[in-house]
Structures are given as C-alpha cells and as structure tokens.
Design a protein around this ligand. Structure first.
Ligand code: FAD
Ligand code: AMP
Length: 478
C-alpha cells in the first residue's frame, strides 16, 4: 500500500523561477504540493532557485551593480565635484557580497515554501508513466510519489561550442565567468547576446580588456535596430571591443592563455586571451527527466512540446519555463508557473506572450517590449514613431546619465502602442510602464494624457508618446 504522504495534488519538478512560483501558487490554491529540485552549488550545497538565483539573474545583477559603482567612482565622481583617491578593488569582498545575496534569496524560497505549505524535496525527479514520479534524494534514498498533476520545470543549460569546449578555469560558461577570483588581463567572450554583454561589462568595468566575437553581422539582430545601433555606440565607448561578423572556429588552452581562431569578412583571424567565456545561448535541459512511456514529446530542438497553456498533451502533465518554447526569461517562466497552477485549480489563467519585456542590464540599460519598428514595417501596417533623447531629460542629466532614448512605435490607424524600446538609465525599470500600457491596449494618446512626475526618467516615455504625434514639449520634433 502506497504511503499517503507520497501522494500529492501537484508535484513540480524543478525549483527555478518557473517551478517555485508554480508550487507556491498551487499551494495558495489549497492543493497539496511538493517541489523537487536537484540544484547543487560548487561547494556541494543544495539550493532552490535554479539558474536564475544561483548562477544567472541574481549573481549577475549583484556584480553589475558593484562594478558599475567601481567604474563610476573612477570615471564619474570627479564630474560631480567629488574627489576620491585610492579607491581600489577588493574582488574577494565583491564576490562575497554576491554570494551573500544569492544565499539570502535561495534560502528565502525555503521560507516561502514553509509559509505556503509546499513540501521541498531536494534531489532528482523523474516522471514515470501514469503521473508517478521517482524521487532520488541527494543522500541516494529513493521514493515513488504520485500526483494528480505534474509540472515539469527543468530549465536550461549553457550551449557548448564544439570547436571551443569548456576547459575551466580557462574556457568557461556564464556561471564560471561570474566566479573569477581575479580580473583577467584580456577576456574573450563568444556571443554578443544578452548574457555575453552583461558579463563583458562586468569585467570591462574592473579593467579587463574585453573582446567580444559575434557571428552575426548585426548587433542584437532580434532587437529594434535603431535601439541596437545606439546601444552599440555606448557599449563600444565603455571599451567593449565588439567584433561583428566574427564566427569562432576554434579555441585551445596553451599554457596560461587561450588561442582563439575566428573568421570574419577579411578571412581567418587569431586572438590570444587569458580567459574565454562561451555565451552562445542556452538549450532546454531534460536529462533523465522522462522515464519510458510517459508520452511527453520533445520537439526537434529538445524543448518539451506544449500548447499555448503549457499542456504537454498528456493528461495532467504540464511544462513551463526555459524547457519549453518562448523566450528564456525568468519572468516568462514565473507567469507560466502561475498560469498552470491556476488552471489546475480550475481558475482563470493566461500568459500574454505578446507583452513580455526584455532587459539587458548593461550601462546604459537596454529594454523593450512588443514589436520592433522592423517587424511593424514588415507587417505592412502603417505606423508612426516617437523618440525622446535622455539628453533632454533633466533627471537624466542630474544623474550624469543623459545617454540613449525612449522610442515608441504606434499604429497610424487606431494609435495603439505596438512596441516600446528604451536604451538609457534605468531602462529596465522604465519598461514596466510600457508593459502595463500595452497589457491594457493603450494608445500613444493614453500615455500622452497620463501625468508623469517631474523631473523623472519616466517622463521620457511620456515625451516619446507626444513625439509620435510631433507634439513633444521638451525636445525638437522631427
Ligand atoms: P532554471 O532556472 O534552469 O531552473 C530549473 C531547476 O530545475 C534547476 O534548479 C535544476 O537543477 C532543476 N532540475 C532540472 N531537472 C531536474 C530534475 N529532473 N529533477 C530535479 N530538479 C531538476 N533571465 C531574466 O529574466 N533576467 C535576467 O536578468 C537574466 N539574467 C541571466 C543571467 C545569466 C548569467 C544566465 C545564465 C541567465 C539569465 N537569465 C535571466 C535567464 C534565467 O536565468 C532563466 O530564464 C530562468 O532561470 C529559467 O527558469 P526555469 O525555472 O525555467 O529554469
Ligand atoms: P544569446 O542567445 O542572446 O545568449 O546570444 C548568443 C549569441 O552568440 C548569438 O548572438 C549568436 O549569434 C552568437 N554565436 C553563436 N555561435 C557563435 C560562434 N561560433 N561565434 C561567435 N558567435 C556565436
């Protein structure tokens, strides 16, 4: 006879930013829930939170903040009339602070589970046929669980470049690049995508010479190209040596250096660096997740196949987050987790995939939501754009961060906002207003008529909306 304690309404496999919110919301919906997670840190400690809290969003933002302060002390304080001498780097302390933030956040999940009544299970979970789950705890003990619903949230892993295999500490993935204990003299980064740019910025600000090799000829090819061009200009000014159209063909460790070979328009090139970060994207992670005959399908790229509501097609089995289609973003996974937990409980649940914000936490920050100008143009719909430069923002000037712009793309016919693109100070915070506006199908006139406090960075969005009708007050209308 099966132990009653092993039967749950919901078992979530994966405790990252997709899985743990699913577990909490399911518990809020009065369901009995267990969340299985196998994450182990390098020191052998188990921790909930997945990639995001342990090796992604949170540690990267901690280092971005610290290194931006270090950079500003040296490059900006004098402009404010603050003379600082002898400001030096204590990288060990910087890393310690990062570690403390990560620990606090991941332990916080256990506290949230306790408060919500979620059973945490640390170890490996494997779905078996008939919604049974094999659980192997970190101490090796095995249990079989059963559930009315199973939510798969196994996340993703870094993609390895066959021609430049990982060889720590010289050739590393993004996790390795967050843990360097010394500033490399010369750092190579393969891939000038979101993760590559953030990591490149961290080490550049601490003094490393950073060379970024990006295979595509266009910078941030998936973003609005006016935004991308402006961002590229500023990031190069910071000193990031971003080489576009540069396809890496090989990398090998030779003593203390890494010899990198790549091809660009001029032919074969070589580059010697002290450390190399491979940041060419992530792949869905489903290793040993599915037992025989579960019926759960993977698509040709290895993602778990799901419909718009994250159903796998097997009764009572759902999948969310990085292991399914859609952008690999923590907040996308979180909303899918909440949606699934609500649908399981018979409540309303939906994710609006058209309005998912993207943020790159460089300086200046880069953020957008909705369609790019290029996408709207390609759709054939008549549109208008409004751009407001932060140079004309009093708050941005006071912050000594008057770079970049806010741009709005709106339909000509009904004035609906179709996309918002911001490069500039706090773009990642500012984009939230655009997300809310688009969630409510706002028009640019709705934003024009919304009062924004003065002087704030948010006024830039207000003025961009006005500029869409050539009615900007604080900038010259073009
Ligand atoms: P994960 O976070 O990968 O979590 C999955 C969890 O499931 C892991 O703990 C894993 O160990 C566990 N697991 C897998 N299989 C099993 C199994 N069979 N049994 C038990 N447990 C299992 N996104 C943003 O939105 N904003 C950012 O600023 C951002 N910055 C990033 C910076 C870096 C350097 C990186 C690498 C990523 C960043 N991301 C960011 C992406 C973000 O981390 C992911 O989108 C997010 O973590 C996906 O959440 P998830 O829950 O689907 O998967
Ligand atoms: P992202 O998916 O945002 O993390 O970005 C990964 C980036 O790496 C993309 O812009 C890819 O074009 C780039 N990339 C992939 N393979 C290579 C390669 N062999 N050399 C250089 N860049 C690459």
């Amino acid at each position: 006879m099966k132990n009653k304690a092993d039967a749950f309404d919901v078992v979530v496999i994966g405790g990252g930013p997709a899985g743990y919110p699913a577990a909490i919301r399911a518990a809020q919906n009065q369901l009995s829930v267990a969340c299985i997670d196998e994450w182990k840190n390098r020191d052998g400690s188990a921790a909930f939170g997945g990639t995001c809290l342990n090796a992604g969003c949170i540690p990267s933002k901690a280092l971005l903040e610290s290194t931006e302060l270090y950079h500003r002390v040296h490059e900006e304080f004098a402009v404010h009339g603050i003379k600082v001498s002898g400001a030096t780097l204590d990288l060990a302390q910087m890393q310690k602070r990062k570690g403390g933030i990560v620990r606090g956040m991941t332990q916080g999940i256990l506290a949230l589970f306790k408060a919500a009544g979620v059973t945490p299970l640390q170890g490996h979970g494997r779905l078996l046929a008939g919604r049974r789950i094999e659980f192997i705890a970190h101490d090796g003990s095995r249990r079989e669980l059963s559930a009315r619903h199973v939510v798969l949230a196994s996340g993703s892993a870094p993609i390895e470049l066959r021609s430049a295999p990982f060889a720590a500490p010289h050739i590393v993935d993004s996790w390795g690049a967050l843990d360097f204990d010394a500033v490399p003299k010369r750092l190579g980064v393969i891939g000038a995508g979101v993760i590559g740019l953030e990591l490149g910025s961290v080490w550049r600000r601490l003094g490393a010479e950073v060379v970024m090799l990006e295979a595509l000829p266009d910078f941030l090819a998936f973003a609005d190209q006016q935004l991308a061009k402006e961002a590229l200009r500023h990031l190069r000014k910071l000193g990031l040596d971003i080489r576009l159209g540069a396809k890496v063909t090989g990398a090998a460790v030779a003593g203390a250096t890494v010899d990198v070979t790549y091809e660009d328009a001029k032919g074969a090139q070589r580059l010697a660096v002290e450390r190399l970060v491979v940041a060419i994207g992530r792949r869905p992670y489903t290793q040993d997740l599915l037992g025989p005959d579960t019926g759960v399908q993977l698509d040709e790229r290895g993602f778990i196949s799901v419909d718009h509501a994250c159903r796998t097609g097997v009764e009572g089995v759902w999948a969310i987050g990085d292991c399914v289609r859609g952008p690999m973003l923590a907040h996308k996974g979180k909303e899918e987790g909440v949606m699934v937990a609500d649908l399981i409980a018979g409540r309303f649940g939906e994710v609006n995939y058209k309005v998912i914000p993207s943020v790159i936490y460089t300086a200046p920050e880069i953020a957008w939501v909705g369609l790019t100008e290029e996408q709207v143009k390609a759709s054939g719909r008549q549109y208008k754009t409004g751009v407001f430069p932060f140079l004309a923002s009093g708050r941005a000037r006071a912050l000594e961060q008057a770079t970049g712009f806010a741009k709005i793309v709106a339909a000509r016919d009904d004035d609906e906002i179709l996309g918002v693109h911001i490069v500039g100070p706090m773009a990642g915070e500012l984009i939230a207003e655009a997300v809310l506006a688009m969630e409510y199908s706002a028009s640019s006139e709705d934003l024009q008529r919304t009062i924004h406090a003065h002087p704030t960075l948010a006024e830039a969005l207000h003025e961009a909306a006005l500029a869409a009708d050539k009615r900007s007050i604080d900038a010259i209308n073009r």
